[in-house]
Ligand binder design. Structure first.
Ligand code: MRU
Length: 364
């Protein structure tokens, strides 16, 4: 396979004619490019839950397309909004249960439900069409958002810098460019060079399988390390900045991201390296006061004991703790980079300002 091609693939797309969600199966990367055609919400729920599609913005977009597909399968009289809305809410509730931590999932579903609600006096067929347009708009906005995040992020680094990243906050987790990796992709477009160190990101290896693959595709110098080597590369003086994505930011700036991120924020402080968190404004949850309130997904023990190995690598009966995310405390975060600009501490003020811009622009 020509690995250069991966950035030309769309992570998530809607096949309007066939009413199906098309995703790149991320569990098969980097060895296989497998395109999945998902026709109902059970398949879409499973794809999100098993990380065939993953990354906060990408799961939000998938859920929005999923809800449109669900709407198309609701068979009611053209003026029976009440039954239609009841079934649509059931489908949204179900899709929202596929993963608990990334706020983009409920954010996108709520946007879809609101679209139905404000058009409640229209015919059901018209509402279905508007739901399609809203889901497509969520995807379009994400691409624009990620590009802006990349532009702001690029102002924080210079040609030749060493960047440490964790998990995959790249194009594969969004519709295009990514969040934490967007500055790298945009910098490459402008002929800049960076050396990116990818934490492999146990247990699901998003760093090794996805970020390293994605970065090599645009010719970025990329070095893969095990998660426990981050301190060493920082100590060697190879890292100018840590760039990570996130799944939910609380109003006080605590940022929840892939397990292992919080440890990096502590190490970065120790070595006096800036620690940057990247996200769209839709990932900021102003209803969540602090990171302690964020629900952390727990995943199956087999991801640690068996997955990727040819034989089980832990004794039968051992207890396993497998949280998928952790929270980096706001005082360890140098800045949070969004499409509306860069938020600096105190976050309780800067995030309020940055989030309010979206509501003002969209009249929400
Ligand atoms: O479990 P995952 O792979 O969905 O976790 C993803 C992350 O933690 C990403 O950093 C985050 O969603 C941002 S993706 C642009």
């Amino acid at each position: 396979m020509n690995d250069k091609a991966i950035l030309n693939y769309e992570t998530v797309a809607l096949n309007e004619r066939e009413r199906e969600l098309i995703i790149l199966d991320q569990t098969k990367l980097p060895n296989e490019i497998d395109i999945l055609h998902l026709k109902d919400i059970h398949e879409i729920w499973k794809a999100i839950n098993t990380l065939q599609v993953r990354g906060a913005p990408a799961i939000g977009i998938s859920a929005a397309f999923g809800l449109y597909i669900a709407a198309m399968n609701i068979d009611v009289d053209d003026d029976d909004y009440s039954t239609f809305n009841e079934k649509l809410n059931e489908a949204a509730y179900y899709l929202n249960s596929s993963r608990p931590t990334a706020v983009n999932l409920s954010w996108a579903l709520n946007r879809m439900l609101k679209t139905a609600e404000i058009n409640r006096h229209k015919k059901i067929d018209e509402i279905k069409e508007l739901l399609k347009l809203e889901a497509l708009e969520i995807k379009r906005e994400d691409t624009e958002t990620c590009r802006k995040i990349g532009e702001y992020g690029l102002t924080l680094i210079k040609d030749g810098d060493g960047i440490l990243t964790h998990c995959n906050a790249g194009q594969l987790g969004t519709s295009k460019y990514g969040t934490a990796l967007a500055p790298i992709h945009l910098g490459r477009e402008k002929g800049m060079n960076f050396h990116v160190f990818c934490d492999e990101t146990r247990p699901l290896l998003q760093g090794a399988r996805l970020s390293a693959f994605e970065l090599l595709s645009d010719g970025t110098e990329t070095t893969l390390i095990c998660d426990n080597m981050a301190s060493q590369v920082m100590k060697n003086g190879w890292i100018n900045a840590v760039f990570v994505g996130c799944d939910r930011v609380a109003a006080n700036g605590d940022a929840c991201n892939k397990i292992g991120t919080s440890g990096l924020s502590i190490l970065a402080k120790h070595y006096n390296i800036p620690f940057y968190v990247f996200c769209p404004v839709s990932t900021i949850d102003m209803n969540m006061k602090t990171g302690n309130d964020i629900k952390i997904e727990q995943r199956p023990p087999e991801e640690i004991t068996e997955m990727w190995y040819t034989r089980r690598m832990a004794p039968e009966g051992v207890k396993v703790y497998n949280p998928a995310f952790d929270v980096s405390e706001n005082e360890l975060i140098t800045a949070i980079i969004t499409e509306n600009g860069i938020a600096y501490p105190p976050y309780s003020e800067s995030l309020k300002r940055i989030s309010a811009q979206n509501s003002a622009q969209k009249g929400r």
